[in-house]
Structure formats: C-alpha cells, structure tokens
Design a protein around this ligand. Structure first.
Ligand code: A3P
Length: 280
C-alpha cells in the first residue's frame, strides 16, 4: 500500500487521520445540539454541507471532519461555540460512543454504489492524498474487496442500516435529492428543526445546484479550515460530473454481473439497498 494511507482496525484511512486520533474517538465529548453529516466517500457530502450552509439564520458552524488531524482535534472542536455541524466518513461502529449516547442528530447520505465506485475511482486518480491507480479495472477489484479508503461500501452501509429507523437519524438518497432537490432540502431543514419557507427552500436548491457549486469552487482559494472530506481541502477535486448513472460508461458487462452478484449476496437483508435495484 502507498504511504498516503494506513490501516486502522483493518480499514484504510488517510495518513491525515492520525492513528492516535482514531484510537481516541471515544474520548470525544459531543454536545446535544451537534449535527453529524455522515457518508461513505463520494456520496454527496459536500452537497449536503452546502445545503446546510445556505439555510438562513441557521446559526450553525461547519467544522472539518472529526477523524481529520491529530489528537489536538478535540480541543479545536471544543473552541467552537456555535451549533456544530461535523462531517465524517466513519462507519457506525467507529462513531464516537458519546454521539450515540447523546442521540445527536445525524444525516446519512447514501448513493448508488456503482456511481460511488466510479466517483471514487476519479478521486483516486486526481487527488494527491490518495494512492495512484492505473486503470478502472484495477480500481474495480479494490472497491469490490473493500480495499479502498474507509473500507467496503457494503459494510459501511450495513453498519448504518441497523439504525435507519432511529429517530435521530435522517437518511438522504443522492438520487432522490437529484430528482427533487427542494423535497430533500425540506426534509433536512425539518429534521434540523429550522423553519424555512418554500421560496427560501427553492433558493437553497438554486444555490446548491451542481453547476453553481462547481463554478464557485473554481473561483475560491482552497481553505483548510473549510474541509468537508478528510481526503482533501481542494474543492476543485470534488465536482466532477454530478450525475446519476455515469457508471454505465465504465462497467463492462462482466463487471456489472460480478458487482450485481456481490450486491445481491451482501445486501440481501438490506432495505436501504432496495432503492438501488432499478439502477443496477
Ligand atoms: P461525481 O464524481 O460523480 O461527479 P462527496 O461530496 O461525498 O465527496 O461526493 C462527491 C460527488 O458528489 C461527486 O460526484 C460530485 O460531483 C457530486 N456532487 C457534489 N455536489 C453536487 C451537487 N450539487 N449536485 C450533484 N452532485 C454533486
């Protein structure tokens, strides 16, 4: 493995997530009003973050990911006196125990795994903080085995599946948000307990469209304090295509068959996975 990643409890992490920090996650003290923005990488994390950032009078402050940095992380988060929105790509099992005890609000965004794989493939190619990768075929094998950063998509989703009905957890599907952004945005504001009228919801939808976000990223300087994914602070690496179904341009028919077989096997008891059956 390349030196930009290291394994912790069998799962690959960026070296920017120090082992010491990963080992200390259960010492994190959550606040009751914290909101966690959780996802497997490339599922639409920046999109939801932008939606939350555009809610009028939300008085919330987006922090960098809980697993990014070293042991000084918790002191840094403690200094933030506003209502914190804390992103993370951790699986449910690794989530700091205090977040579960305090029943903090959690938004989990999930995306079709084939599109997620293709998106992560490009991230591996473009992001200097990830190992180099030669071909799509090589990456496909790594993704299937869960030998990628943050581990197996299947295991990540299954870890959250068990908690999908917890009242402090809201699940948002990338594809649904793409189809009807205002509807998903309304779900988010309602879940956060913030009153936002329909014209404001539509305004948020406009401001957080893919083209708007991509254009803005091109104009900004990258600011390490506004890091949403623990794998980069450079937003220009994030907005690639923003489409549903791009996987069709990458998967061979054999890869599709192999993937579907594994999907059926791994996700046979998953209700969340049913959302993706049409796409596969
Ligand atoms: P693609 O690589 O398929 O384009 P994350 O934020 O979790 O890293 O996810 C990144 C993926 O979400 C990228 O997918 C990116 O283009 C897409 N994305 C980001 N903002 C989006 C938006 N406003 N609308 C649709 N897709 C968006």
């Amino acid at each position: 493995q390349s030196s930009v990643l290291h394994k912790f409890k069998g799962i690959l992490f960026s070296t920017m997530s120090s082992e010491e920090l990963l080992n200390s996650l259960d010492f994190f003290s959550a606040r009751e009003d914290d909101v966690f923005l959780v996802s497997y990488p490339k599922s639409g994390t920046h999109w939801i973050a932008e939606v939350i950032g555009n809610i009028p009078n939300a008085r919330m402050s987006l922090t960098s990911p809980i697993e990014l940095g070293d042991i000084s992380k918790f002191d840094e988060l403690k200094m933030n006196s506003k209502r914190r929105v804390i992103p993370t790509h951790l699986s449910y099992n690794m989530l700091p125990v205090n977040i579960k005890q305090k029943q903090c609000k959690i938004i989990y965004i999930i995306r079709n795994p084939k599109d997620t794989a293709v998106s992560l493939f490009h991230y591996y190619r473009d992001n200097p903080n990830l190992p180099g990768i030669e071909t799509w075929a090589a990456f496909f094998e790594l993704f299937l085995r869960g030998d990628v950063v943050y581990g197996s998509w299947f295991d990540h989703v299954l870890s959250w599946e068990e908690h999908k009905n917890d009242k402090n957890i809201l699940i948002i599907f990338y594809e649904e948000m793409k189809k009807d952004p205002s509807k998903s945005i309304k779900k988010i504001t309602t879940f956060l307990g913030i009153n936002v009228n329909d014209s404001e919801i539509n305004k948020i939808a406009q401001k957080t469209s893919f083209s708007e976000m991509k254009n803005n990223a091109a104009k900004e300087n990258c600011d390490p304090n506004h890091t949403i994914c623990a794998l980069t602070s450079n937003r220009n690496l994030v907005f690639r295509k923003g489409a549903v179904g791009d996987w069709i341009n990458y998967f061979t028919s054999k890869q599709r068959r192999v993937f579907d077989e594994l999907f059926t096997e791994k996700m046979k008891h998953s209700e969340l996975a049913r959302h993706f059956e049409d796409n596969s």
